[in-house]
Design a protein around this ligand. Structure first.
Ligand code: HEC
Length: 145
């Protein structure tokens, strides 16, 4: 009996360790929770694109998404994102997510990546600042009505 209890006890610990993995990164599990650290959030949210959302800038952004930015490899052609264990790439068609995030926040993610997830740094690494703002204008076009 004592043996059986200690096996159950060990199994319980195993389950707790398993659960504590994702929970330790709970900040990222809610897709609507801000990715920008709280102490920078207000400032970052106000950063606006210096480029207007014109047909030319959207088209330039589309080229980044499917080309040198390599966004399509994870975010897919329809912007819904391919399945990944842990942190799935965002569903860009989700109107709720589109409404919650400002362009400034998206630029922060392009500059810093989303720490603790598969979202890599892009601006300053493989795309320029201007390409970053353009691809943000393009991402906005995935929004479902
Ligand atoms: C290697 C895979 C990968 C590539 C390449 C990639 N992403 Fe991501 N992206 C992710 C993942 C995973 C997430 C979800 C991160 C999270 O939950 O915080 C994400 C999240 C995002 C978000 C949402 C952030 C938020 O605030 O909710 C944006 C915007 C984004 N990516 C844009 C891009 C753009 C633009 C490119 C190309 C320049 C790109 N990504 C390339 C994997 C990738």
């Amino acid at each position: 009996m004592a043996m059986r209890n200690s096996i159950l006890f060990l199994a319980g610990i195993g389950v707790l360790i398993f659960l504590s993995g994702p929970q330790a990164r709970a900040f990222h599990l809610d897709e609507y929770a801000p990715r920008v650290p709280q102490d920078q959030l207000e400032d970052i949210q106000e950063n606006e694109s210096p480029f207007e959302s014109s047909a030319a800038h959207i088209e330039a952004g589309r080229k980044v998404y499917f080309g040198n930015g390599m966004c399509v490899s994870c975010h897919l052609q329809d912007g819904k994102g391919q399945f990944m264990p842990g942190h799935a790439p965002r569903n860009f068609t989700d109107p709720q997510w589109q409404d919650i995030r400002t362009d400034g926040e998206l630029m922060w993610v392009l500059r810093n990546g989303s720490p603790g997830t598969g979202m890599p740094r892009r601006v300053g690494i493989i795309i320029t600042e201007e390409e970053g703002w353009n691809v943000i204008h393009f991402i906005r076009t995935f929004r479902a009505q």
